[in-house]
Ligand binder design. Sequence first.
Ligand SMILES: Nc1ncnc2c1ncn2[C@@H]1O[C@H](COP(=O)(O)OP(=O)(O)OP(=O)(O)O)[C@@H](O)[C@H]1O
Ligand SMILES: [Mg+2]
Length: 467
Amino acid sequence: MPPTTGIPQGQREARISSHSHIKGLGLDDDGFAHADRSGFVGQRAAREACGLVLELIRSRRFSGRALLLAGAPGTGKTALALAVAQELGHKVPFCPMVGSEVFSSEVKKTEVLMENFRRAIGLRVKETKEVYEGEVTELTPAETENPLSGYGKTISHVVVALKTAKGTKQLRLDPSIYESIQKERVQIGDVIYIEANTGAVKRVGRSDAYATEYDLEAEEYVPLPKGDVHKKKEIVQDVTLHDLDMANARPQGGQDIMSVMGQLVKGRRTEVTDKLRAEINKVVNSYIEQGIAELIPGVLFIDEVHMLDIEAFTYLNRALESTMSPHVILATNRGLTTIRGTESEPGYGGGEGIVSPHGVPIDLLDRCMIVRTLPYQRDEIKTVLQTRVKVEGLAIQPEALDKLADDGIRTSLRYALQLLTPASILSRVQGRTEITLADVAETDELFLDARSSARGLQERGEGQYLR
Ligand SMILES: Nc1ncnc2c1ncn2[C@@H]1O[C@H](COP(=O)(O)OP(=O)(O)OP(=O)(O)O)[C@@H](O)[C@H]1O
Ligand SMILES: [Mg+2]
């Protein structure tokens, strides 16, 4: 599972799914990279450098700095950033964004950056609460005639039986709790807990006993709780500062953590303002001082960082130095290029703008630890292709794999990887279960890689416009 990110989950997951074979940096205890481990192949120097950055992050010595990954397209920069985030742990926020995202007609550039900064900072709230927890063995709503209208029925109470390893307890609950139970889609066989004070219901997962019902499903199985049904339990919840901003901007009723958190700051609001953020920071800080909450700085990954402009870079400099900052990883595939937003400045090289390595201003570069990614060898491309074949549940003939590896050398690793899926579709259409050389050759004919496309355009004199 990818690390938790901000609100638009689906969108952000989709963006990293081509990296689903990457499970970490694949380093051993001494920080050396294995040739092929955790899904990562080759690129050893860069992986070891990232491992060192990881050490700095873990020992809290990376503040005020950023990691800049620089290298040609398809050399694994995004994959490295993702691997660093994965190594930091399961519940550590990871917020990927692209430099050009800051240019929106509705929201200020710095606002977009600030929002993403806050998406990448987690808050872990720990509370000890009195709860009833166990596997649901009975769930019966009791109905009565509606006393007001005489028509229809209403729920008078609900009987829930919870089972733990130690025993079973039957509870008679208020109808409002029944609503929460329905909201969480609780069924017999689920493990749930009910908070004694608020009546909030939380579904933990499905009980282990039901684990063999289906071969494949998106369920989380949990063991039968130990101890008594009625007990004190430490409840840990992870939210991001952005979640808190949003919850307080649009307060709503309810009993779950988000709505309780939504009442941190009083008054009705509809928009996240600097003032609101400052108030939330204050509350968060007091929580941290009281030991209820802990700040979990995650990773903010800004891809195509050369797309940011000078204004955004200046903001980034300042944000890096604030006390509440996530770990920032930047990536770019540009060499020397003009810093965006400096072109029109009169004093700077007459309309040419300031040219800087990676299109990043020197003062930010100064704060960066720069890691280079190198192009891949043929056998490395082959190994990545093999991994991907396995992850996607495909099969491929050796000759076809060789051809794809050749393609990868000629174009890029990404291009070769991208041919896999269409080739597998072609082979399936032909009624085959394995991708053959013919399938790869056919896909190659159907699609152009970037370089041949550019060459073709030049040859036909269509350099500027397609005819
Ligand atoms: N060393 C590696 N081992 C395994 N898979 C890799 C490796 N490097 C890259 N990949 C895979 O190759 C594909 C392209 O890599 P990635 O997207 O990380 O390139 P990039 O450097 O970010 O390129 P761009 O500059 O175009 O953004 C991804 O699917 C990635 O998971
Ligand atoms: Mg990338």
